[in-house]
Design a protein around this ligand. Structure first.
Ligand code: FAD
Length: 490
């Protein structure tokens, strides 16, 4: 039987990053993935001549010195990152905001609205920048993230003045912050914040924990853009690099069983049984529970974490083929659109749509381009009904998505020549995520977010990584989590 230092279950960005870092440190690593390709929720899949991004489409961490740039350079990865301007175009009924890659230009757009409270806008953004700088400092230098070494503790003490602005926001919602800056009635900022919060910290501005949401506002200004060919290019480059470093990457090999063993853990997958001193699970807590069988200690903490996951969301998707002749903008681009800004940004009322560039012909049959369109799904609503009710609920969301698309992006609706839909059931089937929950745990306002900074060790030598553990949501955040876990293991 083969024995490894570490077995990683799941080749999402959390698992890939952990395995790559362990491989760089010389550990004997194996990574198991149930699909035939890597990336999970941030992958590119092939269907009927198209190459669609399955979920995630907008990526950060490509600025100078940032995590993905460093890896691409260090391992000479064949990955092309493209900057964008605007990074995202937000189309709401009463206004359009073209979110540029620089903060100052965004502020100017808000100040240019009729009756805009200019001094409040400027002071809000000045203060937001201080909060974001404090938190992005940690993302730009992962050695500052937990687990803390003696050196990192001293560095944090030296940096402590930078953290002071955080104290004015901790435990409060973005809604509270807008009220404090007398901006709650200024519709463009209000709707913009709702849109940013929903796609990043997975909740509305009124509910979002301010420091995380204010840092997430900087997402567009920090090495963010598009991966030529789709995000799967990066996931594949990471898994290829792990293999080139002499480590084992097993695709189409789902893990079925995990049991404690005298050498650590005994892992049974579809194709083999191995032992590993340590195991890293890039899984949702409920999925890990299923692998463990009767293990009361681990089950208890995983069940607790699962209740938080179940406060989150699912996603409904439209994967579109577009007639390239009918689209004026040749570049890859992202459009976030809202039908009614006074209703929750969910269930087709709010969409995130990403269109491939004309310079990516390999992504669609001749003469076409592709788009991935997503919206949030309420999971309590979905799973409470019988099969027929669930189907009706999802059909209604897809109908609403088409409506919002035709209203706010008529050029895309008119160019549609192919459509494929997906729902939480699709995510469950492909990525195996329990009931199709995606996007991690919503960061609703509260101090509990600051209690669990390290990836949990659910049993001796068994760790979790991914979007349900700190630092959580987004490909960059789960990758940083994977890197830090690998460093603490090695
Ligand atoms: C619709 C949508 C849009 C998003 N948009 C963005 C965005 O624009 N930008 C951004 O940064 N983030 C975005 N995100 C979030 C981002 O995709 C996730 O935070 C991130 O990809 C999660 O990675 P992960 O490693 O935690 O898990 P996953 O991606 O779920 O990876 C887990 C992997 O484990 C595998 N697996 C499961 N069970 C087993 C098993 N038993 N054995 C072996 N393998 C197994 C799965 O197949 C999967 O590959 C979006 C997410 C969704 C759903």
């Amino acid at each position: 039987m083969k024995h490894f230092d570490v077995a990683v279950i799941g080749a999402g960005f959390g698992g890939l990053s952990c395995a790559l870092t362990l491989a760089e440190r010389g550990a004997k690593v194996a990574i198991f993935e149930r699909l035939t390709y890597p990336g999970g929720c941030a992958s590119t899949f092939q269907r009927q001549g198209y190459r669609f991004e399955s979920g995630a489409t907008l990526f950060s961490g490509f600025g100078e010195g940032q995590l993905f740039s460093e890896w691409i350079e260090r391992h000479q990865m064949d990955v092309r990152f493209q900057t964008m301007d605007p990074v995202v175009e937000l189309r709401a009924g009463p206004f359009v905001i073209r979110v540029p890659p620089e903060r100052e230009r965004l502020i100017e757009q808000f100040c240019a609205f009729d009756g805009a409270p200019r001094s409040q806008i400027r002071s809000f953004f000045e203060w937001q920048k201080k909060v974001a700088d404090a938190l992005w400092g940690l993302f730009d230098d992962p050695t500052l993230l937990p687990p803390f070494s003696i050196q990192s503790i001293f560095r944090h003490i030296g940096r402590s003045p930078r953290y002071l602005p955080l104290l004015t926001a901790v435990g409060q919602s973005v809604g509270d912050m807008l009220r404090r800056h007398e901006l709650e009635k200024f519709t463009p900022i209000r709707a913009y914040m709702d849109a940013v919060c929903q796609i990043t910290v997975q909740t509305s501005a009124d509910k979002a924990e301010a420091p995380f949401a204010l840092a997430a506002m900087d997402y567009f200004f920090r090495g963010t853009g598009h991966i030529h060919g789709g995000i799967g290019q990066l996931a594949t480059a990471l898994s290829d690099t792990i293999a080139h470093l002499g480590k084992e990457v097993f695709f189409a090999d789902p893990v079925w069983k995990l049991r404690p063993h005298e050498k650590g853990w005994n892992l049974t997958s579809r194709r083999q049984t191995i032992t590993a001193e340590k195991v890293v699970a890039n899984l949702l807590p409920a999925n890990l529970c299923n692998l463990l069988g009767d293990n009361p200690d681990a089950t208890q903490s995983l069940t607790k974490l699962n209740t938080k996951v179940e406060k989150g969301w699912g996603a409904a998707m439209l994967y579109l083929g577009l007639d390239r002749e009918r689209l004026d903008n040749p570049e890859a681009h992202h459009i976030e659109m809202i039908d009614d800004i006074d209703r929750p940004f969910l269930e087709g009322n709010h969409l995130f749509c990403s269109v491939s560039g004309t310079d990516e012909p390999e992504r669609a049959p001749a003469g076409q381009r592709v788009a991935t369109v997503s919206t949030h799904v309420k999971m309590d609503q979905l799973w409470k009904g019988e099969d027929a009710c669930q189907a009706n609920y999802i059909d209604e969301i897809h109908r609403r998505m088409r409506y919002t698309l035709s209203l706010r992006a008529p050029e895309i609706a008119a160019a549609k020549v192919f459509e494929m839909t997906a729902s939480p059931r699709t995510f469950e089937r492909f990525t195996n995520r329990h009931r199709g929950f995606v996007g991690g745990i919503p960061r609703d306002a509260g101090l509990h977010h600051y209690l669990h900074f390290s990836a949990p060790e659910v049993d001796t030598g068994l760790f979790m990584v991914g979007d349900t553990v700190f630092p959580g949501q987004s490909t960059l955040a789960v990758s940083l989590g994977g890197l830090r876990l690998a460093e603490s293991i090695s």
